[in-house]
Write a protein that binds this ligand. Structure first.
Ligand SMILES: Cc1cc2nc3c(=O)[nH]c(=O)nc-3n(C[C@H](O)[C@H](O)[C@H](O)COP(=O)(O)O)c2cc1C
Length: 426
């Protein structure tokens, strides 16, 4: 299986430089390309020096929240009184996101190298890479790469294990993931205590996303200043971002661009624009959990953490979901709500009941049995689902509903007034 597109000249290939190159997947091929040199150097460095370099680079977590990586690592106790753990989040269950899968498929040793450097920096005794259950090909590739690297003895004392998820969205949430690794039901934990104080098996733990860690060897190789210089807009957002584009563009796929890249150029230039005769209606820029942008907003958004917030949304995981004028947003939002209702762990009442009722009301509207008051009811429900639960799954269900009603209210009203034919059975 090849890389789905010839890189566009406006892409900045840092993490995806070797995508499509099957030789880079092997241990020998990786070493030939300079791989594991940074790990060797890092193992000779003081952990604190690595943390300082990563801090200086401005690297922020690519799993969704954008938390500064070096700062997160510095929360781990310096004086080691208990075992330390590192968990690598390769669950990638956010709808619309498929970039961690490609990192694992094409540069498994790059991820392993970044993982081992991070493990050394936080003094982790054991590391688990938690891979989404459905990623069968990525799992096989990672398993082979880990066996090769272990046979070559590149990790020193660092122990790395692969752990397979069973296909639950919630297990991408870091505390649910730790419960899952411990063999428990994947329910999120209340914070505090934060993982750096009491995480996996109650021990100090750091959790990082695949894309975050894959960037670490490159930061050490080229220096923090180089990484910091990869910035087109706001200096608080540095480096490159892999964007998974899906939906109504001519060329969907993963695109790697420098932080601050205009969304408009991503859609119309890199992705070849809309399908013939179609125009852009809406974009969800950061995986399904973030507010929807209308066309005008999307065409003026700069893709970095601040640029997205400025438009009332989030960069999230970088899953860019594109809708053209043929899309039925009421139906699409109902499908998202159905997903969240299915994936809610059901611990919190607001989430368990809220996601289910949101789905039911949206289904009722799509079946032609909605009332105008349902729109206010949906907004009221969303308000009760936001900021009130253990994790933000509930907020994630509310975000597309609230932004959808606010920006595309006429589409909801058309079903309620009978101007649009029902699309699902009552
Ligand atoms: C419901 C939910 C699902 C999540 N799914 C993922 C996921 O699939 N992958 C991921 O890296 N982070 C996911 N996160 C974020 C993680 O909890 C965590 O913040 C992240 O792995 C930290 O890594 P980073 O600092 O490198 O971004 C999810 C969060 C929530 C609330």
């Amino acid at each position: 299986m090849g890389f789905p597109h010839t890189p566009h000249p406006r892409e900045t290939l840092v993490l995806s430089k070797h995508f499509g190159d099957t030789d880079a997947r092997t241990y020998k091929g990786w070493v030939k390309r300079g791989g594991y040199e940074m790990l060797n150097q890092a193992l000779a460095m003081e952990p604190a020096a690595i943390i300082e370099e990563v801090k200086a680079s401005g690297l922020r977590g690519r799993g969704g929240a954008g938390f500064p990586t070096g700062l997160k690592w510095s929360f781990m106790p310096r004086e080691k009184k208990k075992p330390h753990y590192l968990c690598v989040n390769a669950d990638e269950s956010e709808p619309g996101t498929f970039k961690d899968r490609e990192i694992m498929r094409w540069t498994p040793h790059g991820l392993l190298e970044g993982t081992a450097i991070a493990a050394h920096a936080i003094q982790a005794d054991v590391t688990y890479i938690y891979i989404r259950g459905e990623f069968t090909e990525a799992w096989d590739i990672m398993e082979r790469a880990l066996a090769e690297a272990n046979a070559a003895g590149v990790f020193g004392k660092i122990k790395i294990y692969l752990h397979r998820g069973a296909g639950a969205y919630i297990c991408g949430e870091e505390t649910a993931m730790m419960n899952s690794i411990e063999g428990k039901r994947g329910n999120p934990r209340i914070k505090p205590p934060f993982p750096a104080a009491a995480g996996l098996f109650g021990m100090p733990t750091t959790i990082n996303n695949v894309e975050t860690l894959a960037a670490v060897p490159l930061i050490l190789e080229n220096g923090a200043a180089w990484y910091k210089g990869l910035c087109l807009s706001n200096p608080k957002s540095t480096g490159t971002k892999l964007l998974s584009v899906c939906g109504h563009v001519q060329k969907p796929g993963n695109y790697e661009v420098t932080m601050g890249f205009p969304l408009k150029d991503l859609l119309y230039d890199l992705c070849g624009g809309m399908r013939p005769g179609r125009t852009l209606k809406a974009v969800i820029p950061g995986g399904s959990s973030v507010p929807i942008l209308n066309r005008e907003e999307a065409e003026s958004t700069l893709l970095d953490y601040e640029g997205c917030v400025e438009k009332g949304t989030m960069l999230g995981s970088g899953g860019v979901i594109v809708f053209d004028d043929s899309a039925d947003l009421v139906y699409q939002i109902m499908r998202l709500a159905r997903f969240y209702a299915h994936e809610s762990c059901a611990q919190c009442t607001q989430c368990r009941e809220g996601t289910a009722w949101t789905t039911k009301i949206l289904e009722r509207i799509l079946a032609g049995q909605g009332k105008m008051a349902d729109l206010d009811l949906l907004l009221d429900l969303a308000d009760n689902m936001t900021g009130k639960t253990i994790c933000v799954l509930s907020d994630s269900c509310a975000a597309p509903v609230v932004s959808g009603i606010k920006k595309f209210r006429n589409e909801f009203e058309a079903y309620i007034t009978g101007n649009r034919k029902p699309v699902i059975a009552a």
